[in-house]
Design a binder for this molecule. Sequence first.
Ligand SMILES: Nc1nc2c(ncn2[C@@H]2O[C@H](COP(=O)(O)OP(=O)(O)OP(=O)(O)O)[C@@H](O)[C@H]2O)c(=O)[nH]1
Ligand SMILES: [Mg+2]
Length: 260
Amino acid sequence: MLFAAALRASPMAEFGPFKWVGAELDHRRAAPRRHNEAVPPDSRLARKGANLESAATLVASTRVPMAQPLTDARFVTSAADVRKLGICHAEVAFVGRSNVGKSSLLNALANQNQLARVSKTPGRTRLINVFLTGPDRWIVDLPGYGFATGPAAERATWQAMVEGYLTGRATLRMVFVLVDAEVGPTKLDHAMIEWLRVEGLPHRIVATKADQVKPSKALKQRKDVAAELGLQPGDIAWVSAGKGTGIPELRREVADLLAL
Ligand SMILES: Nc1nc2c(ncn2[C@@H]2O[C@H](COP(=O)(O)OP(=O)(O)OP(=O)(O)O)[C@@H](O)[C@H]2O)c(=O)[nH]1
Ligand SMILES: [Mg+2]
């Protein structure tokens, strides 16, 4: 029982047809240039001695930057029952108490404002929400726990849904457990982390809303939150979806886990 006690444009397109590079390679077509005249970057290949090797170097050095991983994420499906979900190559999931910032973090990682629904009202995410990134990789946003105002039957539904998902996915590479950076781990966070440990599910703590912690207290808060979980400060990812703190690092980590 989960909470018995509590609940990514071809870069070549930028250079046009290959013929263009060939024409620039033919130095007889290039206008004569005075000694010491600066060579405009785009005409570098017109110099005497230019060869195919330098053409390749130019192509490589002016390549447009690759898109950031995860920014291609798009919503695929919602489900209450893990058995209704299809298969994927690899996935990661976000869990945490209601309102801790799971959906906001997903939006920040995907660099999109309205991918996952964000709300001040706890309990906004009510189903298992699946987002596709790259070839067959999923990011899963789960409904939050500790939505105390819900009826007991609703909490039981939550438990069956989240526990079913977490134990039912062989492709689940990491469970990111979100903990409020300022509040620290709650009883339910402790219960979730302990349950993941007992189940042998790979998990990583992410402290959210780091912008809410005064800079003067940040260092101590990092130490305290880590100590309370029996961890070192470096074991916890410290992020702010609002300010973007720690987002590129976590994006890279998720992309690596998903082999993107
Ligand atoms: N200051 C601050 N507020 C944040 C941050 N991330 C989220 N919030 C706010 O926290 C509230 C809850 O955010 P959500 O992303 O909806 O939280 P959730 O964990 O998905 O909530 P549920 O779907 O109810 O489980 C919203 O009002 C967000 O604007 C952050 O990094 N900094
Ligand atoms: Mg949510």
